[in-house]
Design a protein. Structure first.
Length: 402
């Protein structure tokens, strides 16, 4: 097991205390599908805003490993808050690391200063019609027209933009109208108060309701050159691969924390549940021991894999580690599915009343397998890599448009 430093234990402890506070508001935000803005403020006050910004840029100096430790704790209190804030971590992590988008230090420092001064970011790549079953399907096609002065005019729609109503800037990936290659891409940090930018409230969902992952419409949104981060062919896929930790691994850490929260809640619930005619709590029942033991085993294995990928990825991310990153996400998905299957059975009907958090946790957990890459896509990529298949010989699952 990786030995934590004093700084990492402090991050873990601060996150654990915040989780207790977030848990007191989680049910209401879920019921109202309201943005947990007070939680975001508390995360800022507790020093998590600039957690993954390098120290030389004035940030907290942490990496994905530190965010993993924090997310494991925070999601036990409110998974939706953690998922929404993960998009801030994703954006700040990808922008401030030169290996992701190749940004020069002047740009990275400017964004770092904005964040350390309180700016909240989110990331936006998905467009209507995209699918988490196929990562190649999410290549940006929303048009950006050059304005002749280094800026762009934006028109189009983005979908599933978590936390957009609470943040100050959106990290946006778009396709320039003068593109010379199909993968030509521009990354822009768009101020959310830009004229012509509007949020369409469609996020009335089964789970993760407080993330408010709504649709955003852009109608002749003018963005100046000072907000343009980079442009080049292959930029988006570089962000997905070189920035893979910050693109996808934060999802794994967040859902892992949710699973750990479900396990810890169940242990307390069973220990306090004594049925009539018996003298021992339900935690002593052999079915409870078996199901809790199985779930704890799966979650601990997923946690070790997730932490290992985070720690190694902070040092070097290569194809072999990306493969392990997908395995970690799959392991988390298996563990969370087992939690969703087992806990209602062993905890009984009384655990599903709205006075208990399990129902909300189950609904949040239902979104894990569709968060990109989806569980089916994960297994496909893992299986193809394990069998060393030639990607050019793999046929598309569905007939492409002609």
């Amino acid at each position: 097991m990786l030995e934590l430093t004093d700084k990492q234990r402090d991050i873990q402890g601060r996150a654990r205390e915040l989780a207790k506070e977030f848990a007191t508001r989680a049910a209401q935000h879920d019921a109202d599908r309201s943005a947990p803005v007070e939680n975001f403020a508390r995360l800022r006050e507790a020093g998590f805003h600039d957690l993954v910004i390098p120290e030389k840029l004035g940030g907290g100096g942490g990496g994905m490993f530190e965010w993993t430790l924090a997310a494991e704790e925070l999601a036990q209190g409110c998974a939706a808050t953690t998922m929404a804030f993960n998009m801030h971590v994703s954006a700040t992590g990808m922008i401030t690391r030169p290996e992701v988008m190749g940004l020069d230090e002047t740009i990275r420092q400017r964004v770092a200063d904005q964040v350390t001064n309180g700016a909240l970011l989110c990331a936006s790549a998905t467009e209507p019609g995209s699918s988490s079953r196929d990562l190649t399907n999410i290549l940006p096609t929303m048009p950006a027209t050059p304005d002749g002065n280094g800026g762009y005019i934006l028109n189009g729609r983005k979908a599933f933009v978590s936390n957009v109503e609470s943040c100050d800037y959106v990290l946006l990936y778009v396709m320039p109208t003068d593109a010379t290659a199909i993968d030509d891409c521009v990354s822009i940090l768009v101020p959310t108060d830009s004229d012509g930018m509007s949020v369409i409230d469609v996020w009335d969902t089964h789970g993760m309701r407080a993330t408010r992952s709504n649709q955003v419409n852009y109608e002749n949104v003018a963005v100046g050159a000072e907000h343009v981060l980079a442009r080049r062919p292959g930029l988006f896929f570089d962000a997905l691969t070189q920035g893979g930790l910050y693109f996808a691994h934060g999802f794994t850490a967040t859902y892992l924390g949710l699973g750990l929260g479900m396990l810890n809640w169940a242990k307390q619930f069973l220990d306090g549940r004594i049925n009539k005619l018996v003298s021992q709590p339900m935690s002593y029942h052999p079915d409870a021991r078996r199901r809790i033991g199985e779930l704890a085993t799966l979650l601990e294995a997923a946690r070790m894999q997730t932490r290992a990928v985070s720690w190694l990825g902070d040092r070097k991310l290569d194809d072999a580690l990306i493969h392990q990153m997908w395995i970690a996400k799959a392991a988390m998905s298996v563990a969370l599915a087992k939690a969703s299957e087992s806990l209602p059975v062993i905890c009984g009907a009384s655990s599903l009343f709205k006075t208990q958090p399990l129902g909300r946790m189950l609904r949040d957990a239902a979104t894990a397998n569709i968060m990109p890459p989806s569980y089916d896509a994960l297994l496909d990529m893992i299986g193809s890599a394990e069998m060393q298949l030639d990607p050019t010989q793999i046929q598309p699952a569905l007939k492409p448009k002609t």
